[in-house]
Design a protein around this ligand. Structure first.
Ligand code: M6R
Length: 594
């Protein structure tokens, strides 16, 4: 994770760096720092905590004036979040920032730097000492020699007091972009590239760039110069605002109808990419992490129902290190909001090694997963800022419904009348999601009671179980209440022993013909003292509290309306508990390390 930024221009770098770091804060926010060359030497300021802490510290300094600088916002991997582990790190005349993980840092330290004094516990500090050790009078050579020794993933921005007109960049596996205009900026993503940039370069793995104010020269690790084409700017350069909402998460919950409408329109209306015509496979894999994995669980049910082809859903971190039974006739669908999740990216690569056709369902244009997939379906959620995903998850569901319908159509596995009805229902789904938002006040009241408990359980069957998993993740992620999701029939195989007087159990009753079975499970936990809150669109439960959700336009799409109250529940519970809703502790929006 972590976000890196660099500025090389004719105005003071520090304000630009701080502003850029705020845009990259979603990548990690436990500490931050900047370094500026002030005409004489490189000066550094680093602070534990949010960028605002760093900004206040920088304001108090009068020596941080200069036109060249680098900055970093951190999600700690090696060493706790504190001032000394924060980047930039310095050795001799070199100062650098790093996004990624240097896997062989201990070996490198022992072999090349046995006498060196380290001031942090980071893997990154090894890199800057190595560059300094390799340096006599040529920065590029010292950087290239070092880059060749590094294993793992790294995007580096480096400055040297001997060449204060240049930012050196190195990339392998972690993203790094360079914008050139009257000034140069480097950043982990497009949002922090200067709006004055006229040319955009996306660095490729194994590249080094020397970035002056007006140009970037690219090299491979053997220092052969490389020709490099510019990339397109995506439309997403404007900063997102809260538009009057107290938190991004709430705003994004309310943006779900639009996210779904746009996603459905792009694929059902065939406005954009026509979905690919691939041969009917033996089996389909869906691979993803976190909420995207939970969307995949719903996707499996829809695809299997409409195509009768078995679908395996796996978390990317397991898939990548397994021996997946993928081959040319088992397409692999990888779902990711950010398109940069390290495990999901590795899953795409693993699937390709085995000859599988890969589909990315991705929200961020031109992200790594989008670029590396054979086919990409963009979800149309727009920029999502809150760490807890809501609108991107809903857009992923919509994309999966469209893909399931498409597969059934091209493989002839479902009747055309059924498919036309489904398309019609999908086209109107956003209207029902908008109606579903009307439950906010009821969810706020339930949240007020939930906010005081230590544990909660979510149960469901079929799509209800997939929703229970997502609801549980959402609640624990932002409220820090311990909660678990279970297939409703599983509780009695052990977990029911945890139910006691007053334990909160949320029963997600999806319209899938298993409502009576859900009622039995509700009865079982009620009999042991649980307070049951049922989420249902029709059936009358004997729960203590019933949240009547809006019916979706088709039962197969019920996840899209039933998730809304559960998201609002998580949001309001976290708010009652005074949590940092948009930036929960220990997390980052984009998980770019494994
Ligand atoms: O960017 P991705 O969709 O690949 O991210 C996957 C997960 O890290 C993400 O869904 C995470 O679980 C969310 N924070 C949950 O709200």
């Amino acid at each position: 994770m972590c976000g890196i930024i660099g500025f090389n221009g004719s105005v003071n770098a520090a304000p630009f760096l701080i502003d850029g770091l705020k845009k990259l804060e979603y990548r990690g926010y436990d500490s931050a720092g900047i370094a500026v060359y002030n005409g004489n030497k490189t000066v550094t300021e680093k602070r534990k905590g949010r960028i605002s802490n760093l900004a206040s510290a920088v304001k108090r300094r009068d020596d941080m004036c200069g036109n060249l600088g680098i900055g970093h916002t951190r999600w700690a991997t090696h060493g706790e979040a504190n001032d000394s582990n924060a980047h930039p790190h310095k050795s001799g005349k070199f100062t650098l920032v790093h996004n990624g993980i240097i896997e062989n840092h201990t070996l490198l330290k022992e072999k090349y730097l046995p006498l060196c004094t380290f001031t942090s516990e980071t893997d990154t500090e090894t890199v800057v000492h190595l560059i300094n050790r390799h340096y006599s009078d040529n920065c590029l050579e010292a950087i290239a020699r070092t880059a060749k020794l590094l294993e793992g993933s790294f995007a580096l921005a480096i400055i040297c007091e001997d060449e204060p007109e240049t930012i050196f960049c190195v990339k392998k596996s972690s993203p790094l972009l360079i914008g050139i205009g009257n000034e140069a900026t480097v950043a982990s993503d497009i949002s922090a590239i200067s709006c004055k940039a006229e040319k955009l370069y996306r660095m490729d793995d194994g590249e080094i760039a020397a970035v002056t104010k007006t140009q970037a020269v690219f090299y491979d690790f053997d220092l052969n110069i490389k020709e490099k084409a510019t990339s397109q700017f995506s439309a997403e350069r404007s900063e997102s605002e809260k538009n009057g909402y107290e938190h991004y998460m709430l705003k994004e919950i309310f943006e779900q109808p639009e996210a779904v409408r746009k996603t459905v329109e792009a694929y059902l209306g065939n406005k954009e990419n026509t979905l690919p015509l691939i041969n009917k496979p033996e089996r389909i894999f869906i691979v993803a992490c976190g909420s995207a994995y939970h969307a995949g669980l719903v996707g499996r049910i829809c695809i299997e129902k409409l195509t009768k082809i078995p679908v395996t859903v796996e978390t990317a971190s397991e898939f990548r290190y397994s021996d997946p039974l993928t081959n040319a006739s088992t397409p692999v669908i990888v779902i990711s909001q950010s398109g940069e999740t390290a495990d999901s990216l590795a899953a795409i690569r693993k699937a390709k090694e085995n000859g599988a056709t890969t589909f990315g369902i991705v929200n961020v244009p031109e992200s790594s997963i989008a670029l590396e997939s054979d086919y990409v379906m963009y979800t149309k959620a727009g920029t999502e800022i809150a760490v807890a995903t809501t609108k991107a998850y809903s857009a992923q569901l919509a994309a999966l419904y469209a893909l399931a319908i498409h597969f059934a159509q091209i493989w002839g596995t479902e009747d055309n009348t059924v498919l036309n009805n489904l398309k019609d229902a999908l086209g109107k789904l956003h209207i029902k999601i908008r109606e579903a938002l009307g439950c906010e006040e009821q969810m706020r009241e339930i949240a007020q009671q939930l906010a005081t408990v230590q544990n909660a359980y979510f149960i469901g069957r079929g799509i209800g179980y997939a929703l229970a998993a997502e609801a549980s993740l959402k609640l624990k992620e932002i409220s820090y209440i311990h909660c678990e999701a279970y297939a409703a029939g599983e509780l009695k195989h052990g977990t029911i022993s945890l139910i006691e007087q007053g334990t909160k159990v949320f029963a997600v009753c999806s319209p899938n013909g298993l409502e009576a079975k859900m009622q039995s499970n509700i009865d079982e936990v009620s009999a042991r003292g649980a307070q049951v809150i049922a989420i249902t669109d029709s059936h009358k439960t004997k729960a203590d509290i019933t949240v009547h959700t809006v019916s979706a336009t088709h039962p197969l799409f019920c996840a899209s309306t039933q998730i809304v109250p559960l998201q609002l529940l998580a949001y309001h519970t976290a708010k009652f508990r005074g949590c940092d809703i948009d930036k929960p502790r220990n997390l980052a929006k984009s998980v770019t390390v494994e």
